[in-house]
Design a protein around this ligand. Structure first.
Ligand code: SF4
Ligand code: SF4
Ligand code: FES
Length: 484
């Protein structure tokens, strides 16, 4: 293993490791624009220049492989001067957009300028190059060519990750600009990752731009529930409102996230969000709705009506087991159903799973353990409790159903307004068998309830007080992995 000295300290490098990576691994930060750990090395921005003894010229740290005995300096006057010059060059034609730019707070140009720049521009404002601005370049993205520093991260992302190659550098010299191939739109399934990796405010997200300043956002780690891949995400929010979702890169599942998963937060505050429960077509506050639901169930039980319960691949392990408990132990019904096992595989070679539900891995295990019937076996029932999306797919008469829902739907007589998993905790097993939890990022509307709490409250009204231990025993019976 090569030994190197960086800024006077000795480090052991890995074979073929670059100067930038050895330094980063050991807590020494070298500024960069074009380097991105998940893309090929372009070496075009020159921001990462460092001094290496016995080499006459400064070298770019992102593309220089260490050799045994190499002595590297990242903070000499020569290096700092080179960084200043690179910044001056990059800022030469940069527009004065900072006050209105959405990248403020996470702009590498601003950050490094404050650290190394602080020079007056040697070019007059009127002499700056003009380039296209506010280009509507795809379903989710706006491109401002004047702000671009031509690092090519976006071009490489489209070539190497999505392999869709929509972007290229048009023209030459200081007239160069990022362009899209004729007749194309930047509409691949992962396009919003480009807004994340663009180090300046050239690519911005249509959904997020001008909504909130990034330095006002708090981040909550959670998981995406839009398919069985279960990507790790950061949910960013302020004052009880979610503004955007970013990937939470990890070695197990994902570096990126897809655009569909990124938009999934919209269920929390969409125009059709169900904020109050409906029982017998009348809207009720939460406590009243629970009592009314209890009355319906009690009457059905006393009359020996057939009550069916649906477990759901969309709901957490806790919620599913609470539903099972409510059906089997309290309502004494064996009409409990779950979906068939689903085929799980990454269908696009990147992240998107063929299984568009987040928890079929857990629910199919619960089904086997507890002898749960399949949805197809549900022939007849007088009353059915289940998650809205499942009831919709099963085509069950809506007047026989109590749907647990985030969504308002006038066709249902009974809808219980539930919390989304952006508002409550829940455990899910992804297609790789990792057990992961959602975390509440924002508060739920006052009159909503988690499925777990609803089942517990109904059980209590029936005179049963299940212990947490009783409901959590399911975790000892499931097969799953945890991350180190
Ligand atoms: S648009 Fe952004 S990511 Fe693409 S080359 Fe310009 S600065 Fe880099
Ligand atoms: S690939 Fe699946 S889990 Fe990952 S972000 Fe997209 S929808 Fe969510
Ligand atoms: S980060 Fe090394 S040349 Fe751009």
């Amino acid at each position: 293993m090569p030994k190197v000295i960086i800024d006077g300290k000795e480090f052991i490098a890995k074979e073929n490791e670059t100067v930038l990576n050895v330094a980063e691994r050991n807590g020494i930060y070298i500024p960069r624009y074009c380097y991105h750990p998940a893309l090929s090395i372009a070496g075009n921005c020159r921001m990462c220049l460092v001094e290496i003894e016995k080499m006459p010229k400064l070298q770019i740290a992102c593309a220089t492989t260490v050799t045994d005995g190499m002595v590297i300096h990242t903070q000499t006057e020569k290096v700092k001067k080179a960084r200043q010059d690179v910044l001056e060059f990059l800022l030469l034609n940069h527009p004065l957009d900072c006050p209105i730019c959405d990248q403020v707070g996470e702009c590498y140009l601003q950050d490094y300028y404050m650290e190394y720049g602080l020079k007056k521009s040697r070019i007059d404002l009127k002499d700056k190059n003009r380039k296209p601005k506010r280009r509507d370049i795809g379903k989710h993205l706006i491109l401002d060519n004047e702000r671009c520093i031509l690092c090519t991260r976006c071009v490489r992302f489209c070539e190497e990750v999505t392999k869709t190659s929509e972007l290229f550098i048009n023209s030459r010299g200081d007239h160069s600009f990022i362009d899209i191939k004729t007749e194309e739109k930047l509409d691949n399934d992962y396009s919003l990752n480009i807004a994340d990796i663009c180090p300046v405010g050239a690519f911005t997200s249509k959904d997020f731009r001008f909504k909130e300043r990034v330095y006002r956002l708090s981040s909550t780690s959670s998981i995406c529930l839009s398919c069985a891949t279960g990507c790790k995400i950061k949910v960013q929010h302020n004052n009880g409102k979610i503004y955007r979702i970013l990937p939470d890169p990890n070695i197990y599942t994902n570096t990126w996230i897809c655009d569909n998963g990124r938009m999934s937060y919209k269920i929390t505050a969409g125009p059709d969000r169900l904020t109050k429960s409906i029982i017998k077509s009348e809207e009720h506050h939460l406590n009243k709705a629970i009592i009314k639901l209890f009355d319906i169930l009690k009457e059905a039980k006393e009359k020996n009506l057939k009550i069916a319960i649906l477990l759901s691949d969309y709901l957490s392990i806790e919620d599913n087991f609470a539903l099972y408990y409510l059906g089997f132990e309290i309502l004494k019904t064996d009409l409990i159903y779950a979906s068939k096992e689903k085929e799980q595989k990454i269908e696009d070679g990147i992240l998107i799973n063929k299984d568009k539900t987040p928890n079929s891995n857990a629910v199919s295990q619960i089904s086997k353990l507890y002898g749960i019937k399949k949805y197809e076996d549900l022939k007849d029932c007088d009353l059915l409790i289940g998650f809205y999306d499942d009831i919709e797919k099963l085509n069950i008469p809506k007047n026989k159903s109590v749907a647990l829902s985030y969504k308002a739907d006038k066709e249902y007589d009974n809808l219980i307004a539930i919390k989304t998993y952006f508002e409550t905790e829940g455990s899910f097993i992804n297609w790789q068998y990792f057990l992961r939890k959602t975390a509440p990022s924002v508060s739920a509307p006052t009159d909503t309830i988690s499925v777990y709490d609803l089942c517990l409250k109904i059980s209590e009204l029936f005179g049963y007080y299940p212990k947490e231990k009783e409901l959590n025993k399911i975790f000892n019976e499931l097969k799953y992995k945890t991350e180190d």
